[in-house]
Ligand binder design. Structure first.
Ligand code: UD1
Ligand code: UDP
Length: 361
């Protein structure tokens, strides 16, 4: 029997961990599972709704760290997580992605001699101004099992001196969640479409500090959305960081850009699947649109997920209003056949492969 403690903290973590929790539960004779939420994200629409929709068990514990500066948030997670590890004494902790909770929990576990499995290891933007890049680099240096979503990620890790036997290319657990819930999203679509009363639309998400914290940057993107929405209406579920910044910077948004609260996973998936174009700076959304075959414009100078641009539907665009508008108009004319372009092992069975690995360890 292996004692496994899964960590989630922020919105994209739930989709990555849920399939593992489900798969390990099928082998309850082999695994005793504990789920810890750090509380980095805490609004119902950034947290609770996903537990319901993904049918995840309620966390055994919520550390309730909330928001703060990077140092405050990371330190709070570490201080509150250490006694949990001392009490539960798991054999392994499983940390997903690249958020502050990922690194904070990994660091605590490494000092206590508890093994660390990193889901989505090896992604690199090579841009150290991104807090996520620092979280990825450091977590991978101390992890014992590095579970990757692409062969490029394996190469990044090998180049950084990670021992080859620790690296396992298993695929993408976020896509496991998508594959499982696509039928439910499809069933939801008719009523969602009636609510929005739109056939063709652009779907937008934005939350990177580089894009939204700076008034000029955010203005550049929103003026592009304002202009593009004259031809194609925009649906924009607004991340709490971004909502705050739109208010702080007093940025005006046209009516044809429909701002909503963050949306639950199933409805958001249905919107992605039916969007003419998605404009984003999210990591997960770049991957999901590639799987769905929906054109995606990523407003960033780089991506840690190059497979979405080489194989998938993703294109990087400069944060320049006229370039964004013409990229939206151009992308709206294309819809690719997704089936030929799905990255290797993004097949809905990644959690099965990870659980087999754990059973063999
Ligand atoms: C975090 C991650 C980012 C990830 C994103 C997913 C880090 C460094 N960043 O960014 O990698 O892509 O989550 O969404 O870990 N807030 C609320 N309610 C909430 C959560 C946040 O109002 O439930 C507001 C607070 O004002 C907070 C701000 O959003 O200060 C930013 O939250 P934080 O978790 O620090 O970073 P994100 O921008 O969400
Ligand atoms: N997502 C969602 N509702 C929204 C916006 C995003 O359910 O309103 C989902 C999206 O489908 C993906 C995940 O949240 O599964 C991506 O999280 P986010 O963009 O917050 O973080 P990132 O991937 O950039 O770290």
């Amino acid at each position: 029997m292996k004692r496994i403690l899964h960590v989630v903290g922020a919105r994209p973590n739930y989709m990555k961990i849920a399939p593992l929790v489900r798969e390990m539960a099928k082998h309850h004779e082999d695994f005793a599972q504990t789920l810890v939420h750090t509380g980095q994200h805490y609004d119902d629409n950034m947290s609770k709704i996903f537990f319901d929709e993904l049918e995840m068990p309620r966390p055994d514990m919520n550390l309730e760290v909330g928001s703060g500066t990077h140092a405050e948030q990371t330190a709070q997670v570490m201080m509150r997580f250490e006694p949990v590890l001392i009490e539960f004494k798991p054999d392994w902790i499983v940390v997903p992605g690249d958020v502050n909770s990922t690194l904070a929990c990994a660091l605590v576990a490494s000092k206590l001699g508890i093994k660390i499995a990193h889901v989505e290891a090896g992604l690199r933007s090579f841009d150290r101004t991104m807090p996520e890049e620092i979280n990825r680099l450091l977590t991978d240096q101390i992890a014992d099992l590095l579970l990757t979503t692409s062969r490029e990620a394996d190469e990044n890790l090998l180049r950084e001196g990670v021992a080859p036997e620790k690296i396992h290319f298993v695929g993408n657990t976020m896509i496991d969640t998508l594959v499982r819930l696509v039928p439910i999203a499809d069933a939801r679509w008719p009523s969602l479409r009636a609510d929005f009363n739109l056939d063709r639309f652009v779907l937008v998400t934005l939350h990177r500090p580089n894009n939204v914290d700076d008034a000029d940057g955010l203005n550049e993107i929103i003026s592009a959305l304002n202009e593009a929405s004259a031809d194609l209406p925009v649906i924009f579920p607004v991340h709490p960081r971004t909502r705050q910044r739109i208010a702080d910077h007093r940025i005006s948004v046209r009516e044809s850009v429909r701002l909503t609260e963050p949306i639950g996973y199933v409805d958001f998936l249905a919107l992605q699947a039916h969007a003419a174009v998605v404009v984003t700076d999210s990591g997960g959304v770049q991957e999901e649109t590639t799987f769905l075959g929906v054109p995606c414009l990523t407003v960033r100078p780089n991506t840690e997920r190059p497979v979405t641009t080489t194989l998938g539907t993703n294109r990087l665009v400069k944060r320049n209003s006229s370039e964004i508008v013409s990229a939206i108009r151009d992308a709206a004319q294309h819809r690719r056949d997704s089936k030929n372009h799905r990255p290797e092992l993004w097949d809905g069975r990644t959690a099965e492969r990870i659980v087999s690995l754990f059973r063999e360890l």
